[in-house]
Design a protein around this ligand. Structure first.
Ligand code: GAP
Length: 544
C-alpha cells in the first residue's frame, strides 16, 4: 500500500460489503459451511459485473485494437492478440520464472495463540504503563490503534476508563523494523515474546499429477497468467503473421496461498488476472513502457474511476531491478484502507529480456548486471531453461534480437471491487408522493453495469404487463435486462438503483393512449418519453 492524501471510510466499506451480499454481487465461498478464508463467489449481479469488466478489457485491448494506425502516444502502430493457457504448467516454468525460489512472503507464528501472520502486516507501538515498556502489536488496518489499545489494557490489567495511564510513543511502525521480539506483545497473545523468527512461505499451491503422487509428480497452480504467454511466444510468432511490436493478452484464474487474505476480494487466494506481455525492440522499450502506463490509466478513468481516489505511482529508481527502466502501479484509495493509503490495481513493468532469456538459457540471477545465469552450489545452472530459441528475426531488416517486454498486469477482482467502491453513492430521490427520501445507488458505468435496463408495468392490469413484457423480450435480444411487476413502482426503482441499473422503462396509462413509455435515468433521475417502438434504439444509443 502506498501513502497519499485522500479520504477513506471503513464505515462505507461495511455498507458496500453488506450491499454486495444483500443484492447478490458477492458471497463468501462455501458460506453454509462457515466459509473458507480468501475465497469468494460472485452472485447473479456480481458475475455480470465481473464479466463486463473482463469483456471491456478484452474488447478495448485486443478485439477493437486498431493495428493499422499509430495511436496517440504510441511510438508506432502495433498488433494485439490473445491466448488461453492452462492453469497447471510444466514445473520447470516456475523454476525458470523465479516463482519456485523467490515467490514467498515472510511470516511469523505465535507460539501462544497458534496464529500465523505476515511479518510486514503487523504494526505496533511502544507503550509504557506500571513502569514497564512493551511493543504492543495489531494486524495492520483501520482498527489497529483500537486493537493495540485493547491489547495493552489487557496486558497491564487496566480498565478502559484508565486508558490515560498508557503512555504511547511515536506513531505505529511495522514489526519488521523491530530488532528483537523480547518486548513484543503479539496481536492475540497474553504474554510477551511469543512470536517465532520470520520464515519464508511459498505462495504457490502445490498439487499432484497422476495416480502415483510422488515428489516428481508435483505441480503448481499458476500464481500468474504471464508465464503462459512467455512460453508460447515462439508458437504465436510461428503460427501467425504477426510482427513485432506485438502484445499478447491473457485473462484467467491465478492462485496464491496468501498468508493473510483480507479486505474482501482485494487479497484472495483464488483470483483472476488480465495480463498483457508486450514484445518490442529493445531500443523502443522505454517509450512503449510510457505508452502502456498512460494507456492503462486512461482505461480505468474511462470506465468511471476518474476521481482523486485513482492515482499512478512510479517506482523510484532504487525500487527497480537494474534491467528495468520503469515500473508504475495504478492504485485506488479503497475505503477499507487508512486515510491516505492506496491499494494496487495494476502494475505496469518494463521487464527487459529477463523472462524470455530465463526460459531460453535458464533462470537468470536478477541481481547480476549484466544478467547472468543463476548458478547452484555445484557451479552449474541452478534451473535449466528450455534450450529453445525464443529470439525474433525481423523479416524486413533481418535483425535478430531477444525482444524486450512491457507487462501491464491487472487484477479482474480488484478492478471489479474498485468499480463497486467508486459506484456506491448515498443521495436523495423523490418517492411516489414527491417527498425526498434517502437512497443507495450504485453509479456504475453503463458499460459494466450488470443489468442495462429494467422494464416495469406501472400496475399489473389494463394490458400494461403485456406491453412491458414485449418491450422486455425485445431488449433481451441485445442486453441483460430485468422485468419486474411486483410492488410499488418507487420500490422497484430503488431495487434497480442498488443494482446499478442505468435505465428503467415504465409502461403507464399514457402508453395505452399514446404508445409511449418513460425512460428514467438512474443518476440524474430525469424521466422522458419515447415511443414503444423506439425503446431499443434509445437504450442502444445511450449504451454506445
Ligand atoms: N505478472 C505480474 C504479476 O502477477 P502482481 O503485481 O503480482 O504481478 C498483478 O499481480 C495484479 O494481480 C495485481 O496488481 C492485482 O490486481 C492482482 N492480484 C495479485 N495478487 C492478488 C490477490 N491475492 N488477490 C487479488 N488480486 C491479486
Amino acid at each position: 500500500m502506498s501513502q497519499a492524501a485522500e479520504k477513506s471510510s471503513p464505515k462505507e466499506m461495511e455498507k458496500i460489503v453488506s450491499l454486495c451480499k444483500r443484492r447478490g454481487f458477492l458471497f463468501q465461498s462455501s458460506e453454509i459451511y462457515g466459509g473458507i478464508n480468501g475465497f469468494w463467489d460472485y452472485g447473479p449481479l456480481g458475475v455480470e459485473l465481473k464479466r463486463n469488466v473482463k469483456e471491456a478489457w478484452w474488447q478495448d485491448m485486443v478485439v477493437r485494437h486498431d493495428d493499422l494506425n499509430q495511436l496517440p502516444g504510441a511510438p508506432a502502430a502495433y498488433s494485439m492478440t490473445g491466448l488461453d493457457c492452462t492453469i497447471i504448467m510444466h514445473p520447470q516454468v516456475w523454476k525458470c520464472s523465479g516463482h519456485y525460489d523467490l515467490f514467498h512472503d515472510y511470516m511469523v507464528d505465535c507460539r501462544e495463540s497458534k496464529k500465523r501472520y505476515r511479518h510486514d502486516q503487523i504494526n505496533g507501538r511502544w507503550v509504557t504503563a506500571k513502569g514497564q515498556r512493551i511493543f504492543v502489536t495489531a494486524q495492520a488496518g483501520e482498527t489497529q490503534q483500537e486493537d493495540m489499545e485493547r491489547q495493552a489494557l489487557k496486558f497491564f490489567n487496566l480498565r478502559a476508563k484508565n486508558k490515560d495511564d498508557l503512555v504511547w510513543e511515536g506513531s505505529a511502525t511495522c514489526l519488521a523494523e523491530i530488532d528483537s521480539t523480547e518486548q513484543v506483545l503479539a496481536p492475540d497473545a497474553k504474554s510477551l515474546n511469543t512470536l517465532t523468527e520470520p520464515r519464508e512461505f511459498n505462495l504457490m499451491f502445490k498439487t499432484t499429477i497422476g495416480a502415483l503422487g510422488g515428489e516428481e509428480d508435483a505441480a503448481f497452480l499458476r500464481p500468474e497468467t504471464a508465464q503462459g504467454i512467455f512460453v508460447n511466444f515462439k508458437n504465436v510468432i510461428d503460427s501467425t503473421r504477426f510482427r513485432l511490436p506485438l502484445g499478447i493478452a491473457q485473462m484467467g484464474k491465478s492462485f496464491r496461498n496468501e498468508i493473510t487474505p483480507r479486505n474482501f476480494t482485494f487479497r484472495s487466494r483464488e483470483f483472476e488476472q488480465m495480463e498483457i506481455e508486450f514484445f518490442c525492440h529493445p531500443t523502443q522499450s522505454h517509450e512503449w513502457y510510457q505508452y502502456w502506463r498512460d494507456r492503462r490509466m486512461k482505461w480505468y478513468q474511462d470506465l468511471g474511476l476518474a476521481g482523486e481516489r485513482l492515482q499512478m505511482r512510479e517506482h523510484s529508481p532504487e525500487e527497480l531491478s537494474h534491467y528495468s527502466t520503469g515500473t508504475a502501479d495504478i492504485e485506488y484509495a479503497f475505503p477499507f484502507l487508512n486515510e491516505g493509503e492506496f491499494g494496487e490495481l495494476e502494475g505496469i513493468a518494463h521487464r527487459g529480456d529477463f523472462d524470455l532469456r530465463s526460459h531460453m538459457e535458464g533462470k537468470l540471477d536478477e541481481k547480476s548486471n549484466p544478467l547472468e545465469l543463476q548458478l547452484g552450489p555445484d557451479g552449474k545452472p541452478k534451473w535449466r531453461g528450455s534450450g529453445k530459441d525464443l529470439t525474433y528475426r525481423d523479416d524486413l531488416t533481418n535483425e535478430k534480437y531477444t525482444p524486450h517486454v512491457i507487462e501491464p498486469s491487472a487484477g479482474a477482482d480488484r478492478a471489479t471491487l474498485a468499480f463497486l467502491c467508486e459506484a456506491y453513492t448515498e443521495d436523495e430521490a423523490p418517492d411516489e408522493d414527491g417527498k425526498m427520501q434517502s437512497r443507495v445507488v450504485m453509479k456504475l458505468h453503463p458499460r459494466i453495469a450488470p443489468v442495462k435496463a429494467a422494464v416495469f408495468p406501472l400496475v399489473k392490469k389494463d394490458g400494461m404487463p403485456e406491453i412491458a413484457k414485449q418491450i422486455y423480450l425485445n431488449l433481451k435480444k441485445k442486453f441483460n435486462v430485468f422485468y419486474d411487476e411486483k410492488g410499488a413502482v418507487g420500490r422497484r426503482y430503488r431495487r434497480q438503483d442498488e443494482a446499478g441499473t442505468p435505465y428503467c422503462i415504465t409502461v403507464d396509462t399514457e402508453t395505452l393512449e399514446k404508445n409511449t413509455v418513460t425512460i428514467r435515468d438512474r443518476d440524474s433521475l430525469q424521466q422522458y418519453r419515447v415511443g414503444v417502438d423506439e425503446v431499443l434504439a434509445a437504450i442502444e444509443e445511450k449504451l454506445a
